[in-house]
Design a protein. Sequence first.
Length: 187
Amino acid sequence: MTDLIPWIATALTIVAATMTAANLGSRITGYGFVVFLVGSLAWLSHGLISGQPALTWTNAVLTLLNIFGVWRWLGRQARVEEGAQAAVEASEAAPVETLFPVSQLTSASVRNGTRDLGHCVDAMAGSGSGRIAYLVVSAGGVAGVGETLRRLPWARAEVDDGAVLAKLGPREFDRLEELPRDQWPAR
């Protein structure tokens, strides 16, 4: 069993790192920290059993950090998202414009009807007016490698049910201005 603990800890650490690095939302990140926590406990026990003080102390600290990560992503962030969802639901029933959490724009899928055009990676807004000027949409590539960033004017987009709906056809989307990674326009 002693020889198996480091392999279990290694597998758990790899799975947890993948879950958190993928940035698939607060719940997945939170569960990634749960897996990290179990992994750090396995490494901690291996350090104690095998008499390795550096491994023991490192994973004692990592265990505390992972507990903080679980609280941060499954506790605090979940409550923040529940508050945002309550505002969305209340606005749907009110005679005002329906609200959406702006944080959603950093990961929302961008669609035209049923076709997936890409994912929103950021939104640029006026600091005085608060109005969104444009969205930065990532299309193509894998995990950011080979992706194309496009500027989708806010006037050509709307948020519906957690996704951004582009008010243009796929060919029009492909003709949108491409953005260099480090030089986005001011307007």
